[in-house]
Design a protein around this ligand. Structure first.
Ligand code: NA7
Length: 535
């Protein structure tokens, strides 16, 4: 098989890969996008589980780079469901005629750098190879689903699905005995939906999370018109917000206002749509233990109000971490599900799962017989997709070796020893903790500007220095120090108990916030790409 030559190879045709393709074309580059799925959409292609939808306001998640695109697309709901987002990304692919540069069902196995030739050789699992001067990974932070390390996982003879590998055909729960394992953001969305039709639903919960109401509703024509009119302000608000959301942080500390006022703010946030409760709360809620406890107590009261059985309410209330220190699932009648006769909560802290059998899930309390098991057990987050590609840089250095003690990068976008490689939403990049498209656009535009700069200066090779990497890694650690989430086990901190060697916390995110990240990237560019060697 011959090797095809391109100026750039992009891995992944999700939100990041599609936009990167558009921008590389504008630089006159020949580009090949390699996509494992048989369609575009990335996250929104793979995650077809029931109830999957945005937790970002739809109108803040779409691309902002093209005013005509903004003008012509109508989101039907404030928090659009997955099929609509997938339609949107397909629309983008059609509108910009992107498919002709994408190879589908092409899963990348390796990417090796040849320093003499200044070329990457990228090989797919089916044996095709591609050579390019530049390589951009757009492989997602939550794209490597993980099954639980429970004995017998392959033995179950009924239907079973991981939420991130959901079938393309409709799945019916009607009258079935369904078990859902996992109560993260995905589990919560799934449970709400499955409970509507399942004959019986058993939720296997290891740890509860602090959930908050989504308050979704259709977008009326008047609202649509208003959103269009307000786009400039919406963009600016997203630019200012820590996580790229439209919400504005309350400049006050929760501990500095009196109880009545604090309670009123918490209630207003609880009654408001989206992540306002997380991203628009008092500024100290995610850093001050006392403020965090006040918020958590408020939510614990809400759970007790909404769940009829006091024992179940207690089991649904997190006791090992405070509000917002793990990803906040947004919900619609999630807690009320536990008031239904056809739903039972199994608390795995008391009765752990011992095995999956041919017919169900066995806990220390006995066998729960099931027709279907849904695994909402999450991902090998942030570094998982990188670890599954054999990426080698100068002198054959493996990226997995470079990151053996945790990721190290410059700006979360490049790694010393790995020239002409850019990692959109890579570890230590603000995009890992962001209203994704907002940070992805920043990543893509910054990379594209650097490539334009190289073209203008006749440069062929770019790589960051070890000193720049060290300084950035130090900054990443420092920027997270004060945040309470760094003390809690979750995928934010690289903990995954299903994977060997991943029980200890390690920094995989950038916690300094999107605005600070953007200004640091801009400073680097203005300072002649400080920290990079351009040749
Ligand atoms: P998460 O947030 O990683 O949640 C995974 C859930 O699965 C969580 O409740 C886990 O419990 C549970 N889990 C994982 N392994 C097991 C085993 N072995 N036994 C029982 N329960 C288990 O993944 P999501 O898909 O919900 O969300 C990922 C992100 O996608 C989310 O943050 C959004 O940004 C979109 P644990 O809490 O570890 O005890």
């Amino acid at each position: 098989m011959g090797t095809e030559e391109f100026n750039a190879v992009v891995i992944g045709a999700g939100v990041a890969g599609l936009y990167q393709l558009i921008r590389l074309r504008r630089l006159g580059m020949s580009v090949r996008v390699l996509e494992a799925g048989d369609g575009v959409g990335g996250t929104w292609y793979w995650n077809r589980y029931p109830g999957c939808r945005f937790d970002s306001e739809s109108w803040t998640y779409g691309y902002f780079f093209d005013p005509d695109l903004l003008d012509e697309w109508h989101w039907s709901e404030h928090f659009a469901p997955q099929p609509e987002t997938l339609r949107y990304l397909n629309h983008v692919a059609d509108r910009f005629d992107l498919r002709r540069d994408i190879t589908f069902e092409a899963r990348v196995a390796s990417a090796h750098w040849d320093d003499d030739a200044t070329r990457w050789t990228v090989t797919t699992t089916d044996g095709h190879s591609y050579r390019s001067q530049f390589l951009v990974t757009a492989i997602g932070a939550l794209s490597t689903p993980i099954m639980p390390n429970i004995p017998g996982v392959d033995r179950f003879r009924g239907e079973s699905h991981h939420t991130a590998r959901w079938p393309h055909e409709p799945v019916s729960f009607e009258g079935k005995r369904v078990g859902v394992i996992g109560t993260g953001a995905t589990g919560v969305q799934t449970i709400q939906e499955v409970a509507k039709t399942a004959g019986h639903l058993t939720v296997f919960q290891r740890n509860p999370n602090w959930c908050a109401p989504l308050h979704n509703r259709p977008i009326t024509d008047d609202e649509q018109a208003q959103i269009r009119e307000d786009y400039k302000q919406i963009m600016e608000r997203c630019r200012q917000n820590y996580g790229g959301f439209v919400h504005e942080t309350d400049k006050r500390n929760a501990v500095d206002v009196d109880e009545a006022e604090r309670e009123a703010v918490f209630q207003r946030l609880y009654d408001s749509p989206g992540f306002g409760i997380w991203m628009g709360n008092f500024r100290d809620v995610l850093v001050n233990e006392e403020s965090n406890r006040l918020m958590s107590d408020f939510l614990a009261r809400k759970i007790r109000e909404r769940v009829q059985d006091p024992d179940t309410a207690e089991r649904l209330t997190p006791r090992n971490h405070g509000f917002g220190t793990r990803r906040v699932p947004l919900e619609t009648n999630y807690y009320e599900v536990y008031n239904q006769d056809n739903v039972r909560l199994v608390d795995l802290r008391d009765t752990p799962i011992t095995e999956i059998t041919e017919t169900g899930v066995r806990t220390t309390d006995g066998l729960v017989e099931l027709d279907m098991i849904v695994y909402a057990t999450g991902f090998d987050a942030v570094t998982g997709a990188f670890d599954r590609i054999d990426i080698r840089g100068v002198d054959g250095e493996r990226l997995t070796d470079h990151w053996a003690n945790g990721p190290r990068t410059y700006l979360g976008l490049n790694i010393p020893g790995f020239p002409n490689l850019f990692t959109i939403v890579g570890p230590h990049n603000a995009a890992t903790f962001c209203n994704m498209t907002r940070c992805i656009e920043q990543n893509v535009e910054w990379i594209s500007d650097l490539l334009a700069h190289m073209q203008a200066n006749g440069q062929e090779r770019v790589v960051s220095t070890p000193e720049a990497e060290q300084a950035w890694t130090d900054h990443v650690f420092e920027s997270g120090e004060k945040l309470l989430f760094t003390k809690v086990d979750s995928w934010f901190m690289g903990v995954n108990k299903n994977l060997e060697g991943r029980t200890e916390k390690r920094f995989v995110l950038y916690a300094g916030g999107a605005p600070q990240y953007r200004s640091r990237c801009d400073e680097v560019a203005e300072d002649d790409y400080r920290g990079f060697v351009l040749q």
